[in-house]
Design a protein around this ligand. Structure first.
Ligand code: ATP
Ligand code: MN
Length: 463
């Protein structure tokens, strides 16, 4: 008899009935019936649903094995997949051989329900829960869909550095990277002498791969980066992490309108992939976490995103008569409450806001003809607010130099960035999408800490 190693997800399907299989996984629950059989619910991460393994009393060492095969234990099972008499499942495993690989006495997850706050303190075990298993599979599908979208549309995946000598935003809150001894740093005229640092200057963890992506795009036309991003912002919100993953396409010969088209098409394709490839996990999120996620995703795929200028949005917010915590004024950045009002209450669909005041945006965004606004865009979605931020980049050398000066930045340190405008400059544009914000949006999870396996936030770096 040949025994095939099979994933739980496959053994759950009717096509597997009649096959002899080996299943390896972890016990989720154990129930011993008076009739003298033990039911083990086994999961290996391949599906939300567990495989019911039926262990007969006739098995050698039955008493001992069944005692040890408690919640959390790892097991190796051999047996036959048979049709299940129960209505909850199509198949079950008739066990012929049970081997407890690793015992789990006093397992902390033995109780059924735990708060997300508590689960964060045991992040090494939370992937074994339904919610975090489903989250891991959806996050994987989102990542796959991101690569698929760009690969299918002629973009090259490029890698940009994590350690950087420049600050992409001009005002980012960055983590410093140093090889100097912080107890005894070398000093020069009373200040730390970074010329003795490994790179001969001060360096930081990247807040965005954009500037380097622009280098690649002005040779390869369509590129994207997908990597870790770091922001030392000391904000304890439900949508900010100190370390997150960002996707940044950069496109040459592209203006703001084309960029908005890409952003809309891209978001729709991610939602569509998740609905098609993770139906079981998405049903779970809809039933247990947020009862609107399925209808919202379907709606996003079918509806046209609203396009509106910042100035129009300000007028609309003021005319709404709504009392906001933060005042609405032309020239001030929109707060999450304003973004959510627009997308959740007023338009009830995603909104692409464009043409923000130059004074609140980065130096590299292209100055519009009015001299007051820049060709920036933010994509806003219900429950999250901003999910994408992007812009057409300033391709005119003289304007860019002026903008650097206005923002108090030293043009010298951007010499290579300016060179791209000296040699074969082109209109180009790009955006950044936070992976965790998308996963949060898709799953309906309230807190961004629960959509990344090992969240980094202020005072939290365990695991
Ligand atoms: P916000 O205004 O929400 O703080 P931002 O304007 O600083 O975001 P951008 O610099 O435009 O963000 O970054 C592009 C995208 O990266 C954002 O639209 C968002 O999806 C994501 N993002 C930015 N900061 C964070 C963070 N701290 N944690 C998780 N995702 C983030
Ligand atoms: Mn932004």
């Amino acid at each position: 008899m040949s025994v095939e190693l099979m994933a739980v997800g496959e053994a759950l399907r009717a096509e597997s009935i009649g096959t002899s299989v080996r299943i390896q996984g972890w016990v989720r629950t154990k129930r011993t019936s008076k009739a003298g059989v033990t039911f083990l619910e086994v999961n290996d991460g391949s599906s939300l649903q567990n495989l019911q393994a039926v262990v007969p009393e006739t098995l050698a060492n039955y008493e001992d094995l069944v005692l040890r095969a408690s919640t959390g234990a790892s097991v190796n099972l051999e047996g036959e997949v048979v049709a299940s008499p129960a209505t909850e499942q199509v198949t079950e495993l008739r066990v012929l051989c049970l081997d407890v690989v690793g015992d789990a006495p006093d397992y902390p997850l033995a109780k059924k329900r735990h708060s997300f706050e508590y689960l964060r303190t045991i992040a090494h075990l939370r992937p074994r829960t339904n919610t975090f298993g489903a989250m891991a599979r959806v996050r994987n599908e989102v990542s796959r869909a991101i690569h698929a979208y760009f690969q299918d549309n002629g973009y090259l995946y490029v890698q940009t550095p994590i350690i950087t000598g420049s600050d992409a935003e001009g005002a980012g809150q960055m983590f410093q990277v140093t090889s100097l001894d912080l107890e005894r740093p070398p000093l020069h005229e009373g200040r730390i002498d970074f010329s003795e640092d490994l790179f001969g200057r001060a360096t930081h963890l990247t807040v965005s791969g954009q500037l380097e992506a622009e280098i690649m795009a002005t040779a390869l036309t369509r590129v994207y980066t997908f990597g870790p991003t770091f922001r030392a912002e000391n904000s304890n919100t439900a949508r900010h992490l100190a370390e997150f993953w960002m996707v940044e396409p950069e496109i040459s010969f592209c203006d703001l309108t084309m960029l908005a088209d890409v952003a809309e098409d891209f978001l729709k394709s991610i939602c569509d992939s998740v609905l098609r490839n993770c139906p079981e996990d998405m049903q779970f999120f809809n039933d247990r976490i947020e009862r609107t996620v399925l209808s919202t995703l379907q709606h996003i795929i079918e509806s046209d995103f609203v396009r509106l200028s910042y100035t129009e949005a300000i007028e609309l917010l003021r005319a709404s008569g709504r009392m906001f915590e933060f005042p609405v004024a032309w020239g001030a950045d929109l707060q999450a409450e304003h973004e959510r009002f627009l997308t959740e209450e007023h338009f009830k669909r995603p909104v692409i806001l464009t043409d923000y005041p130059a004074s609140i945006k980065a130096f590299y965004m292209r100055l519009n003809d009015d001299g007051k606004t820049v060709a920036a865009l933010d994509v806003l979605v219900p429950r999250i607010g901003e999910i994408i931020g992007g812009s057409q980049r300033e391709e005119r050398l003289d304007v860019l130099e002026r903008r650097l000066g206005n923002q108090g930045l030293d043009p010298e340190s951007y010499w290579w960035y300016l060179d791209l405008r000296r040699y074969g400059t082109v209109p180009h544009a790009g955006f950044g999408l936070g992976l965790e914000r998308v996963v949060q949006f898709i799953t309906g999870m309230q807190n961004i800490r629960d959509v990344i396996p090992f969240p980094r936030t202020p005072r939290n770096v365990e695991f």
